[in-house]
Design a protein around this ligand. Sequence first.
Ligand SMILES: [Zn+2]
Length: 297
Amino acid sequence: MYFENSCIFAEFPLDSSDHLRGDDQTLNKLKIEKTTKVIGYRNGEALVESENKIHFLSSCEANDTAIFLGLKEGSAYFAVELDEYFQEPNHTVFLDMRSIAKEVAMDGFSSHPSLLARGKMLIDWHSRHQFCANCGAISEIKKGGYVRHCKNCETDHFPRVDPVVIMMVIYKDKCLLGRSPQFLPGMYSALAGFMEPGETIEEACRREVYEEAGIKVGDVKYVKSQPWPFPSSLMIGVIAEALDDNINIDNDELEDAKWFDKKAIQSVLKNGGDDDFRVPEKLAIARHLLEVHMMAE
Ligand SMILES: [Zn+2]
């Protein structure tokens, strides 16, 4: 599996070619090149083939609002939103990002999920940010889709990414995991929360763990990150060292939180879980954090 060490939706496969984004003339030429590959989306879902590959549309599908994703091996890649009248070709289907991630995790989807996710996140941002946040006038797409410009007040707006810190909290040989009411029976996962303006990753981690579980955290170490296209987050995975193990749950945030010992977690990682205790699948960075720490000698 190509994502063995990195998470699903990581490892963007194209050269982003930032230098071309402001070059409308070249982008317009690329939109009609025969070698150009266009990814179609509708309502957040990407058009894929039933054999679990991206179904690339031809260059003629690229339009004024097409988003330039980058270059690879002489081909330019664009993402477009298709309208409700678009007829899916035979053997194709629109698939949401979560289903694609699940397919990848089962080795069923051979295309790059990170490519599909970036297109989805950018298209989604444009659809939700049509109007200038500064003056309310309608804004227009610029720089190959990486900027919205307001002509009325001359403001540029940039695609939004919402950082989330997700932490595996450890204390001696134990790991703190929590569950939300909507989780599957027995599912426990790493605590997580949106970062707030002006916070460092370490501060966000300490605040969230204290708010949700009443536990004070000392050292925080970055492990890895995962783009998360729901709608456009970056999951920042850390390992956090608790200073004590007295849990005090905030029931508005969590249904339960518990310390699990290393052996119980290793067993679930190796043998799978059940309705008493299970952990997230490989599509989630929480699983990677558990594997990195709990399977290490
Ligand atoms: Zn404006």
